[in-house]
Design a protein around this ligand. Structure first.
Ligand SMILES: C[S@@+](CC[C@H](N)C(=O)[O-])C[C@H]1O[C@@H](n2cnc3c(N)ncnc32)[C@H](O)[C@@H]1O
Length: 334
């Protein structure tokens, strides 16, 4: 990597991509601009990155000239996933939430100096969409090489599932290793050439961590995180119950703590792991800090005062695993 990374962070949310950039420790790297339309996400972003130029606007309002003026050489982005989620309507490019991404596909070819690198995250399902087909076509026309992955933090030794689609694109003068130069293949394992950039892949030498390493001090957790008996009795069969020594937890979604089914694991902090008398155990939700820990956000990440639990889970549920993106970014730019 010859020039410092100058990143345009699109759909920046609470800044997961920014933290992944910082995690790489690149000399003189910076986010030159972050863009997100959500006032709540923007507040959290500005709270954690007060020195970054942040635009609380729609990407649809930007022109190719605006982008050229920003002087970035890298785009990191997580476009809205609702048009592609397997449980949603999958309206794909006909979903109004795809408009800004389609707009971006028009901006890239119109730029005087398009970026050298693009890193994109989305949900599983994106790889089969029309939007995917169109985006890959634009990238090909512009002379990018593309590598695609479907990966979960569990493959990186982190006890949390979050299967996501990742696209890495670099300009043709910079080729990917031969091992991954397989047109159209979406890698669902970690190829050797990517492993080089990850400290932990849940191997024998570096086994998957247990959840206790991601938990807050029990004394600092208020009773509000306890599961109400009513919820417990009603949803026991569909809940994923884990304990501090577990090596897995399910994906925390934006509805965690609100809907019981399929939104994230709950924690048994009781002294017995025997679930035959579940009410004797102490089941609680993971706190937002614990969810952020499992998503590998750094300790210094925080929410501004006044954010509710529900808002925090929602914003975290929309975000990404910082460590996974950090490994992919290193692989992309090295
Ligand atoms: C999947 S989330 C991004 C998560 C982000 N990477 C993070 O770490 O939090 C998608 C984001 O896109 C934003 N968004 C949706 N439509 C947008 C648009 N037209 N322009 C700008 N931001 C938009 C949403 O507000 C949301 O924060």
């Amino acid at each position: 990597m010859e020039n410092p990374l100058k990143v345009l962070e699109l759909y920046s949310g609470i800044g997961g991509m920014h933290y992944a950039l910082l995690d790489g420790g690149y000399a003189n790297a910076e986010v030159v601009c972050s863009i997100d339309i959500s006032p709540a996400a923007s507040l959290v972003y500005k709270h954690n990155f007060p020195c970054t130029t942040h635009c609380e606007r729609s990407i649809e309002g930007f022109s190719a000239e605006d982008f050229d003026r920003m002087g970035f050489n890298t785009i990191m982005m997580s476009p809205p996933c609702q048009p592609f989620t397997r449980l949603g309507l999958q309206k794909d490019v006909d979903d109004p939430r795809s408009r800004s991404f389609l707009h971006l596909m028009k901006l890239l070819p119109a730029m005087q100096s398009p970026p050298n690198y693009i890193l994109m995250e989305n949900v599983k399902g994106f790889e089969n969409s029309k939007a995917h087909e169109l985006f890959c076509k634009v990238l090909k026309q512009l002379g990018f090489s593309v590598v695609e992955f479907l990966l979960s933090p569990k493959q990186f030794g982190i006890p949390n599932s979050r299967l996501r689609y990742y696209l890495l694109a670099k300009h043709n003068q910079k080729e990917f290793p031969d091992e991954v130069n397989q047109l159209g293949k979406v890698f669902d394992d970690i190829p050797l050439c990517l492993k080089r950039f990850c400290n932990n892949t849940g191997s024998k030498e570096n086994p998957t961590k247990t959840l206790e390493q991601f938990l807050e001090e029990p004394s600092s957790i208020s009773d509000e995180y306890g599961l109400p008996e009513k919820t417990l009795l009603r949803y026991l069969n569909v809940m994923d119950i884990v304990n501090p020594v577990s090596k897995s937890s399910t994906c925390f979604t934006k509805s965690y703590g609100y809907y019981a089914e399929g939104t994230g694991s709950v924690l048994n902090t009781g002294s017995t792991l025997d679930m035959s008398n579940v009410l004797a155990n102490k089941l609680r939700y993971f706190t937002p800090t614990e969810v952020a820990n499992l998503m590998c956000f750094p300790e210094q990440f925080s929410f501004p005062d006044g954010f509710t639990r529900k808002q925090k889970y929602k914003l975290l549920g929309n975000s990404l695993n910082v460590y996974v993106v950090s490994c992919l970014l290193k692989f992309l730019v090295t």
